[in-house]
Design a protein around this ligand. Structure first.
Ligand SMILES: Nc1ncnc2c1ncn2[C@@H]1O[C@H](COP(=O)(O)OP(=O)(O)O)[C@@H](O)[C@H]1O
Ligand SMILES: [Mg+2]
Length: 173
């Protein structure tokens, strides 16, 4: 039996459900021992990307304020042996700017890159392990989590087995 789906869909009825999905993504995170892990967060303005990054970082042990790096575009965090880099490319003017942000320096073991608006960075960005797509759905949101690499598939598999999600978000699949 194939127990490793390529994507999982969720209905997130309010911001609390987005935070629960974020916490579940953090619990499912398989680490970055051998190379950087990369999460893309896609969706319109207000879809809940930053809410999700904030929820994940707090669940992964980052303390203090997590705000979208709207002007600096990049905000690094640390917790224990892990480094986290929140990247928001909404205001990126051209993909060439990526090179100046030093994104390449973060492509190292023990780094997790969380990238909002990755489509603006194009091929200059490191490839995603997991892609999270958030969309408006009535007063709530829908979320689709897709694996884009073998490491991402492991992440998704862990998420699929995280039954504690069930009371908070409805899995559409
Ligand atoms: N599932 C949800 N249902 C309704 N509102 C949500 C949901 N998830 C997040 N929000 C709210 O949407 C607003 C915008 O969220 P934000 O994370 O800043 O979006 P983005 O980073 O995608 O622009 C916030 O007020 C947040 O609380
Ligand atoms: Mg945002």
């Amino acid at each position: 039996m194939d127990t490793s789906p390529d994507s999982l869909d969720f209905l997130l009825s309010d911001a609390g459900a987005t935070e629960e999905l974020a916490a579940a993504l953090a619990r499912a995170f398989p680490g970055a021992a051998r190379s950087a892990a990369v999460l893309y967060l896609c969706g319109d303005l207000g879809a809940g990307k930053t809410t999700c990054v904030r929820g994940m970082l707090h669940a992964l042990g980052v303390t203090g304020l997590v705000r979208s790096p709207t002007y600096t575009l990049v905000e690094p965090y640390r917790a224990g042996a892990m480094n986290f880099v929140h990247i928001d490319l909404y205001r990126l003017l051209a993909p060439e700017e990526i090179d100046e942000l030093g994104v390449r320096e973060y492509c190292e073991p023990h780094y997790l890159l969380l990238i909002e608006w990755p489509e603006r960075g194009g091929l200059r960005l490191p490839a995603a392990d997991v892609e999270l797509r958030l969309e408006y759905a009535g007063s709530g949101r829908s979320a689709s989590v897709s694996a884009r690499s073998p490491h991402g598939r492991l992440w998704l598999e862990n998420l699929a087995h995280d039954t504690s999600l069930i009371p908070y978000v409805s899995n559409l699949t």
